[in-house]
Design a binder for this molecule. Structure first.
Ligand code: FES
Ligand SMILES: [Fe+2]
Length: 403
């Protein structure tokens, strides 16, 4: 072994050092266990409150992993709620394709006209007298538990604890950081790979000098840290985070040089001065000087990445089947205040998209070869301790669930 820290993180965190089985990434049985014991009881982020600012605003999410479709709506009373997208008469989907977002006074079923208000209450049943012992109040839309943290909307189909307990050490660390900024970009891709194979590509920096070697040659890997070792890793009972260091003297393209000279907010602006005092405790928690960004994984499938110059990125890794995942990313920035910042923002968006495409490029090939049966285990370095932690937490959830 060539571990540079005196005590390997994998040992210090009690995660062991043995190779990990690849079965969780290829087994349909394991996928069903994750569905039943992990996702069915997890707080899942579906978006941000400002997507539905006015009473009656709603959006719909198809959640394959819960085998349901969910409507998230701000009621006429201003409260954000989530419901299964189902009419309680004979089960029709209330909001169909082509109406995934909008603003309504209520939801009317296209089959027989049952209508619900934005609080999910059943208010109109045509020819109601023809039903038997029927109680409208008992037939509202079926809710999911819904809570908001940092402006982020979480739902849980079968909660065992509050969102606050679920977030644990993480809540209270961000002072509204993730409520700030405007949404400026979304990208998504359906990837033929297990959701953990996709997520794992974002929770280690070992790949940075290789996979991103051309697009992002040395922004994260200067002479002081050529293999992008992680300066900070924090593992919580379910969640995890790592801080990534920047190279204080990166090679800049001519475009980056010009943009950095005139404007803030560039994705690659790792060399901009850092004002640690302005950051909440959870952002750059160890206050490292060359901080580039943090990568928080909120168990099981949500990822938050605050960056050195205010800008944060979210990822969602939505399982579809044991070897299919919907990957989504969203970018939030302070709105540009002049033409230069606007140009910098557009540059940053396309630059980030290219780097993210690199992150996805190996995954389908990886899945195909994992499914070949040639390899049974994977060796993880100490720099991949967040990958190791992810598998451990899932196995714990399954084991506890099947007790
Ligand atoms: S299924 Fe919705 S009104 Fe009949
Ligand atoms: Fe990457």
């Amino acid at each position: 072994m060539n571990i540079q820290s005196p005590t390997p993180m994998s040992v210090a965190f009690g995660l062991g050092t043995e190779p990990l089985s690849i079965t969780p990434n290829i087994s349909t049985e394991h996928f069903e266990q994750e569905r039943e014991h992990v996702f069915a009881h997890s707080w899942l982020n579906l978006g941000r409150e400002d997507q539905i600012p006015r009473p009656g605003d709603y959006f719909v999410r198809e959640l394959d992993i819960l085998r349901t479709s969910v409507i998230v709506v701000r009621g006429q009373d201003g409260v954000v709620r989530a419901f299964h997208n189902m009419c309680k008469h004979r089960g029709n989907k209330l909001v169909g394709p082509g109406r995934e977002k909008g603003s309504v006074k209520g939801f009317a079923c296209s089959f027989h006209g049952w209508t619900y208000n934005t609080k999910g209450e059943l208010v109109i049943v045509p020819d109601e007298d023809q039903f038997f012992d029927f109680d409208k109040c008992a037939n509202g839309m079926t809710p999911l538990a819904t809570e908001v943290w940092e402006g982020l909307i979480f739902v849980n189909a079968a909660p065992r604890e509050s969102l606050s307990d679920w977030l644990g050490e993480i809540q209270g660390q961000f002072d509204g950081y993730f409520s700030k900024g405007n949404h400026v970009a979304s990208y998504e891709a359906k990837v033929r790979a297990n959701w953990k194979v996709v997520l794992d590509a974002f929770v280690e920096a070992y790949h940075a000098p290789f996979l991103h070697g051309k697009n992002y040659p040395d922004a994260l890997t200067g002479a002081n840290n050529p293999l992008c070792h992680l300066p900070v890793v924090k593992l919580f009972p379910r969640h995890r985070m790592m801080s990534i260091e920047s190279n204080p003297n990166p090679t800049l393209t001519r475009t980056e040089e010009i943009l950095l000279k005139y404007v803030d907010g560039v994705f690659s602006a790792m060399v901009k001065p850092l004002d640690n005092d302005s950051l909440p405790p959870g952002v750059n928690p160890e206050r490292i000087d060359n901080w580039a960004f943090d990568a928080y994984t909120i168990f099981p499938n949500f990822y938050l990445a605050p960056m050195r110059v205010f800008h944060f990125v979210t990822y969602h890794f939505w399982p579809i089947s044991s070897n299919e995942t919907l990957w989504q990313t969203d970018h939030y920035v302070i709105p540009p205040s002049n033409a230069g910042e606007r140009i910098a923002l557009e540059f940053s968006k396309s630059f980030a998209r290219d780097v993210q495409r690199e992150d996805l490029i190996t995954l389908e090939n990886t899945q195909r070869m994992l499914e070949s049966g040639v390899m049974s285990h994977m060796h993880l370095s100490d720099q991949e301790v967040c990958v190791r932690h992810g598998y451990k937490v899932i196995e714990q959830a399954i084991t506890e669930g099947v007790k």
